[in-house]
Structures are given as C-alpha cells and as structure tokens.
Design a protein around this ligand. Structure first.
Ligand code: HEC
Ligand code: HEC
Length: 296
C-alpha cells in the first residue's frame, strides 16, 4: 500500500513538472517578437482604390467576419483556453486606427506582426502574405476610410490552459512564425481569367488556409473538433462537378445534390466575388493535382 502511494505521488509530481514545463514553453512562444520591415507603400485615397479595397475585404480577405461590422472590433472567441479579440480597426475610441501608420497596417496584415513586434494570433496573415503591394495599399485605404466607431474591447488573453496547449503544440502559433518575411511581393496583380490569378484569389481568399496547402481538406488546425472539417476540393473531391456546380457552391452554398454547405465555409462572402475572380478560381481548382482527402 505504502509504495502504491509513493508511485501515485511520483506520477503526480511528474505530471506537475511536465505541465509547468509546457506552460513555460507556451509562454515563451507567446512572448516571441519578430522584427520585420515592410516596404514604404503609397496608400491612395481616391474612391476607386477604396472601392477596390472594400471589394477585396468583403469577397476575399473577409476582415469584417472577424473584426465585426464596420471593422469596429469583436470578441472572436471566448473559450476556457483564451479570449481572442479582433480589435477595433477604426479611428474611434478603443480603435487602432488613431495610432497605426500605413506600415503598421502592412506589418499586421502581410506579416502578422503587431507594432510592438509580437505575433498576432488567429489573424490569417499567412494567406494575406501573398497580397500584391497595390492590393494591400487599397485594403489599407479602405480600412482607413471606415468611419470612426467608439468601441473599447478587452485585449486578447491566453489563459494558463491555452499556454499549456500552445507549449504542447496543440494550438497553432501566430502565422508570423511560419511566414517568410523576406519574400518578394508582386507590385500589382491585374484581375485576369487565368490559372495564375485564380491561384492568387485562392491564396488571399483563404481556400488554402482552410482546405490545406494541397486543398485536400481535413480538420482545420486550431479549431475545436466540433467545427466542420474542410472538404477535398482537388479533382479527387470535386472533379465530377461541372464549372456551374462549383460556381453555385460558391455563390449560393448548394452542392450538386441540393444539400446546403455550412456557412463556416464562407460562401456568403465568396458569393460576392467578381465573375473574373470566380472564373479564374474555377480554372485554378481544375489545375491542381488530385489528392486523397484529409492530407491537407
Ligand atoms: C480569422 C479572423 C481574422 C481575419 C479574417 C482578419 N483578422 Fe485581423 N486580427 C484578428 C485577430 C484575432 C487579431 C488580434 C490578434 C491578437 O491580439 O493576437 C487581429 C489583429 C489585426 C490587426 C492588428 C491590431 C493590433 O492591435 O496590433 C490589424 C491591423 C488587423 N487585424 C487587420 C485586419 C485586416 C485589414 C483584415 C482583412 C484584410 C483582417 N485583419 C482579417 C483576426 C482576424
Ligand atoms: C474558414 C475556412 C474556409 C475557407 C476560407 C474556405 N472554405 Fe471551403 N469549406 C470549408 C468547410 C469547413 C467546408 C465544409 C462545409 C460543410 O461541411 O458543410 C467547406 C466546403 C467547401 C466546398 C464544398 C465541398 C463539398 O464537397 O461539399 C467547396 C466547393 C469549397 N469549400 C470551396 C472553397 C473555395 C474555392 C474557397 C476559397 C475561395 C474556400 N472553400 C474557402 C471551410 C473553408
């Protein structure tokens, strides 16, 4: 009996030590900083550029899905491991717009790095890293054009459970950790009905972020198991769909069999893509190699 208790006590101590170590590793990951330079951008303020920026954010980069209507900020997730807050981006009270420079925006959007150098969580900068300079500038122009909204929110907090999960590698790090911050960006990407433009649309539109770099789907990293899995959208998954079937899925959220696609797949946003973006995206989806489902 005695040494049964001793074994139990030993195991308890071991668990405490491992958990404490994971907590320390997780906290260290969180406090990592990144020093990245973004080239000086010429951010326009004419109405055509602002309109293009708005279109990109509504149909492709979906800023308002996380940052709330009018980009006034919202609590994105409040769960036992963390409170993730997508900040108010306007110039109002509690908004970052009052203090952010154009390069602060560029670093947040394309590098996932805050002005103080820490890596932003959840913000899908690995998708946005591919934005051309011109599209990034138009997006910043649009963000700055949103009316000021006074909306104070708490800061993002990673609770001890979150730090332990982060330490164990069970929660994704900031995208800042995986982005190649030295990559060269195209100056501009002119919309065209080509596979190349479709690839660009798929990247900044998050298709690769959710469906995986190979588009074969599977569980989306960092999300609780209750969330729907992304499906295989390589030719092995939707190869038998006609072009019109793909367009229907992305415009009205219906599969060829008439069933409705969960709105966690952001089809209410992809519905707003231009005809050129849609047609280029379909061409790109046709061009990718078939892969077995769930291999990301
Ligand atoms: C999937 C949700 C999501 C999407 C989509 C998203 N963001 Fe974010 N964003 C966040 C979260 C969450 C944070 C705060 C992260 C943190 O506190 O660590 C953030 C942070 C930021 C910041 C930095 C604010 C600061 O205090 O440093 C800026 C600027 C920003 N986002 C702009 C944008 C823009 C512009 C878009 C669209 C191009 C966008 N975001 C799309 C979730 C998102
Ligand atoms: C936020 C994550 C997310 C993004 C971004 C996203 N998807 Fe999805 N997608 C999903 C999920 C999850 C499903 C499965 C929904 C369900 O089970 O009803 C899905 C389903 C689909 C389907 C239906 C597949 C089938 O076999 O039923 C298609 C087609 C699709 N997505 C294409 C795309 C394209 C193209 C893009 C880029 C423009 C994209 N998705 C962006 C998460 C995403």
């Amino acid at each position: 009996m005695r040494w049964f208790l001793r074994i139990i006590a030993g195991l308890v101590i071991l668990v405490v030590v491992v958990v404490a170590a994971l907590y320390i590793v997780g906290s260290a990951k969180l406090s990592r900083t990144y020093s990245v330079a973004e080239p000086a951008l010429a951010v326009p303020n004419d109405s055509a550029s602002i309109a293009r920026g708005r279109h990109l954010t509504v149909a492709l980069t979906k800023c308002a899905d996380c940052h709330g209507a009018g980009l006034a900020g919202k609590i994105f997730l409040n769960a036992p491991p963390f409170i993730i807050v997508a900040p108010n981006l306007t110039r109002g009270n509690g908004g970052v717009g009052a203090t952010f420079s154009d390069s602060d925006y560029a670093r947040a959007i394309r590098d996932g790095v805050a002005p103080d150098g820490h890596g932003l969580l959840v913000m899908p900068a690995a998708d946005f890293a591919y934005l051309s300079d011109a599209d990034l500038a138009d997006i910043i122009a649009y963000v700055k054009s949103e009316p000021a909204v006074d909306h104070r929110l708490p800061a993002t907090v990673i609770r001890p459970l979150g730090r332990i999960l982060l330490g164990a590698g069970l929660l994704p790090m900031s995208d800042a950790a995986s982005i190649d911050h030295t990559m060269t960006h195209s100056a501009a990407m002119a919309p065209a009905d080509t596979v190349g433009y479709g690839h660009y649309v798929a990247r900044i539109g998050g298709c690769l972020g959710c469906h995986g770099a190979g588009l074969s789907g599977g569980a989306i990293p960092g999300l609780p198991p209750s969330f729907p899995k992304a499906q295989n959208i390589t030719p092995a998954g939707i190869g038998k769909w006609s072009d019109a079937d793909i367009v229907r899925a992305l415009r009205v959220g219906k599969r060829p069999d008439g069933s409705t696609i969960d709105t966690f797949m952001p089809w209410p946003d992809t519905a707003l893509m231009s005809d050129t973006e849609m047609s280029a995206l379909v061409k790109y989806l046709r061009s990718v190699p078939a892969r077995p489902s769930g291999t990301r």
